[in-house]
Write a protein that binds this ligand. Structure first.
Ligand SMILES: C[C@H](O)[C@H](O)[C@H]1CNC2=NC(N)=NC(=O)C2=N1
Length: 156
């Protein structure tokens, strides 16, 4: 019953996409009170694209395999320092291609030669495969960016 669907207006649950006739039949069968209870208990965590508690642990295990990436279970993050601002911006420019290819974009914060990279799927409110795929792309960029001398660590 609880599967990925339209996020409800109150944002606390997912309302499965069913024809109106189904909803009316369900309400008639359950009665209005039970119908509301059923709808209200569909937890967001039941969505296939949101990590449940198990998913958060799994995210941490997967992040450990990614050099220089850490996670709190909802966001993947890495902080890279460069010799100077020019190199930091040059690296940011190299992020454009994989982000545009995947249609998935990092959250970036730059302070002089320090670049903080955060990956999460905003539309899902947490980590999805896109975040791990883009993290692997960025790990490859880091490994091949000797000319920019990045030092990246798995913390914020
Ligand atoms: C329409 C466009 O593809 C979407 O808005 C994409 C863009 N890039 C994105 N990037 C990230 N990190 N999360 C998203 O939910 C997301 N959505």
């Amino acid at each position: 019953m609880c599967h990925s669907g339209t996020r409800s207006a109150i944002g606390l649950m997912t309302v499965p996409k069913l024809p109106v006739a189904c909803w009316l039949a369900l309400r008639q069968r359950l009665g209005t009170y039970a119908f509301v209870v059923v709808i209200a208990v569909c937890p967001v965590a039941a969505r296939a694209d949101l990590p449940s508690d198990h998913g958060i642990d799994a995210a941490r295990v997967r992040a450990e395999r990614l050099p220089a990436w850490g996670t709190d279970g909802r966001v993947l993050y890495s902080t890279c320092t460069f010799p100077d601002f020019v190199n930091a911006i040059a690296f940011v420019n190299r992020l454009v291609a994989p982000a545009e290819t995947r249609g998935h974009h990092p959250d970036l914060a730059i302070s002089y030669n320090r670049l903080e990279i955060a990956l999460t799927t905003h539309e899902a409110g947490g980590l999805t495969e896109l975040d791990f795929a883009l993290a692997e792309d960025i790990a490859d960029l880091i490994a091949n960016a000797e000319d920019l001398s990045p030092t990246c660590k798995p913390h914020r």
